[in-house]
Design a binder for this molecule. Structure first.
Ligand SMILES: [Zn+2]
Ligand SMILES: [Zn+2]
Length: 261
């Protein structure tokens, strides 16, 4: 058992599967020392709900943004609404935004447009971004390279190669690791989790999705974050305490969360 607190840098507690037992979920998280949770926006309703949760719970924060799956819904009115929501002090980033060429739920060109528009919004507001990249590594890197030095943020659920990881770090991004690092066939990701400088790592659950291997099939939730931490700490031959402390500092730094001791 560790004394150090964790930040779950990427959760979706506004998702319908948490509709009935959110209070219990938050209590279990606290018991596991996951004291702060960032609820990531994906569509407008999810953004509104995420901000509402953050306003009502001390340890909760939110991001606002339209997921590449929903890119086709983004219009001027919605963008104005995101800008308005982002003025809330509990909103710490624009996201999740990016490209998903695996499911292609919005046409690729539309995804690219929505991504660029929201990168511009982040730059305008001086907020970091949370990036979703699935099988779109080249286009993601190209867009982020164009805004190098003006936008930083988090590559969530990183799924690229070590070379891409290095390119993301060179662009000032941090990488966030979740349950996928515990999946048996994911040795390349474990290699990256071992290799990367501690100062560039964050932890996330992406709940209710991507449950760690030992609870696979169950709904994921923030209280499972220490399972991910334990896997990475073992890989790096370090203590879970030190990993918790470092990843918490990193989340505080990039998302400008109030520093907790
Ligand atoms: Zn995502
Ligand atoms: Zn997500």
């Amino acid at each position: 058992m560790t004394d150090k607190m964790f930040v779950d840098s990427h959760a979706h507690l506004q998702w319908r599967s948490f509709g009935n037992d959110l209070k219990a979920v938050l209590e279990r998280a606290k018991e596991k020392r996951v004291t702060r949770i960032v609820n990531i926006g994906f569509d407008l309703a999810g953004c509104l709900k995420g901000v509402e949760l953050a306003e009502n719970h001390a340890g909760l924060y939110a991001t606002v943004g339209i997921h590449p799956h929903d890119a086709k819904t983004l219009n001027k009115k919605m963008l104005d609404k995101l800008r308005e929501l982002a003025a809330n002090p509990k909103v710490v980033a624009i996201g999740e935004i990016g490209l998903d060429y695996y499911r292609n739920l919005s046409p690729r060109e539309v995804q690219r447009q929505a991504f660029e528009t929201q990168l511009a919004l982040a730059e305008e507001l001086g907020l970091p971004v949370v990036i979703h990249d699935r099988e779109a590594h080249d286009d993601i890197l190209q867009s982020l390279s164009r805004s190098k030095g003006r936008i930083t943020g988090i590559m969530h659920c990183f799924s690229g190669s070590k070379e891409m990881a290095q390119q993301c770090l060179d662009l000032g991004f941090k990488l966030s690791f979740n349950g996928t690092v515990t999946y048996p066939k994911n040795s390349e990701l474990r290699e990256i989790a071992k290799w990367i400088d501690l100062k560039n790592m964050l932890l996330e659950t992406d709940c209710p999705f991507l449950s760690p291997q030992e609870v696979r099939g169950k709904r994921n939730e923030p209280s499972f974050l220490p399972i991910i931490a334990r896997e990475i700490a073992n890989l790096r031959r370090m203590s879970v305490d030190n990993l918790a402390e470092a990843t918490t500092r990193n989340a505080e730094e990039i998302l400008k969360l109030p520093v907790e001791h």
